[in-house]
Write a protein that binds this ligand. Sequence first.
Ligand SMILES: Cc1cc2nc3c(=O)[nH]c(=O)nc-3n(C[C@H](O)[C@H](O)[C@H](O)COP(=O)(O)O)c2cc1C
Ligand code: SF4
Length: 468
Amino acid sequence: MLDQKALEEQRILLRRAEPFQNLEEYLAEGGFKALQKALTMQPMQIIDEIKRSFLRGRGGAGFPAGIKWDGVRNNPTGAHGLEPERYLVCNCSEGEPGTYKDRYLIQRNPYTLIEGMMIASYAIGTINAMICIKKIFTKEIAILERALEECRTAGYMGDNVMGSGNNLPLELTFGPDSYLLGEDRAQLEVIEGKPAWPRAKGIIPVYVGLYGQPTCVNNVETLSTVPHIIRNGAEWFKSIGTADSPGTMIFTLTGDVNRPGLYELPMGTPLSTLINVYGGGPLMERHVQAVFSGPTNAVIPADKLDTPLDYGSMRKIPSGLGSGGYTVLDNTACVLKMGLNFSRFLALESCGQCTSCKAGTGRITRNLELLEAGQGTEEIVLAILDDCQHIKGSGHCFLCTEEGIEIGSIFYNFPEVIVEHLEYGCLKDRHLIMPKIKNYDEATHTFTFDEGYYERCESEGKQINYPG
Ligand SMILES: Cc1cc2nc3c(=O)[nH]c(=O)nc-3n(C[C@H](O)[C@H](O)[C@H](O)COP(=O)(O)O)c2cc1C
Ligand code: SF4
């Protein structure tokens, strides 16, 4: 029997019902106590604690944060073989369709992120830290600017933090509304004043990051979790969630459910609990057909809904946690049409450095369009499958692999839908929005989506590379 109260008692980041209005409120609830404690510890003690907690990055890949911090701190070589100057970058670009948790976290509590970044900066030994945020996130920029000023004035960041003699600067940097801004190596290029084009595969930021220096890039949610671990200890953190994926995650639930929204749940909670208990299940007399985990992972069919939301279980089915954004499709929606939405998105966002990616996403998108329009043939289906296979791992970054995994998984999991499209074209002509989220109204559980996305791409010259 599901104990909803027990699930909610394990919340870490969204435990407080109301957003923090100012620094005083945060301090009144124990804010910056974790930083105070961290400053009495040796940097390696902090890194060991984060390693022991097995906190995994919440930006998509789930890489253990402590291992990354260790790599940056103990990398002996900087640019040109000189003494390293280390950087910390908080990835606040949140470009994944179907995800809103980082902006939501900042709206509710920018202070925990700042505190987490101060702890990370001290542990890693950075000369500078920055939050890289999209220029269009004006609401979150205003919140962060105000919070940073409060924290600087009160001595919780900047020079001589909390009288410890440590100088831990932190600034905001701004980037374009591009999906690739979220790719860590592209983000470093943007901070250096260049376009959001991912650096070549082998250039790992831990070794060669910002300005060629060792750099730690972490997600907003990852860094916001750090103060809780330092305050309460790695063992406490591991008592929540699963051994493979300790702690909680904030899930963004969109699509065909009664109560879309943002829900923090312990890792390991079944996906069906997120959808049916928190999301209120599908609309009356309908049932869940598929769940998309952004454009990144394989689509999840209805018979896998009981899969626990943790990295290992999701990988086994096989899909992924990604950044915790799940879009539900009920039986009135066309899964192939949703796949086409994501394929168009990836084809538009592909930067074009790798021919296999730009041409492959364009070709797959065109062939999906033909299938949707009832002009599909067996050759077209085979060409899509072939492209999905070959595009994986073929580029500098993971975007092309996302295309191969996601579109290929629709063919694998829903063969009857493909046959139907070959025979009749799309029989479910319901409009499906590409869930690139602009805003969330908590009171009404309503997301606003970026409906002007395609027009904006056109005006910015972003194009799909359709075959000639
Ligand atoms: C195309 C693409 C887009 C990405 N977008 C984001 C993003 O918006 N936010 C984010 O934190 N990570 C994003 N990532 C993952 C980052 O490259 C990186 O792994 C992450 O910021 C590391 O932080 P973490 O270890 O705390 O998760 C993206 C990756 C790819 C390939
Ligand atoms: S894989 Fe695609 S998005 Fe990534 S660098 Fe290559 S062309 Fe650009």
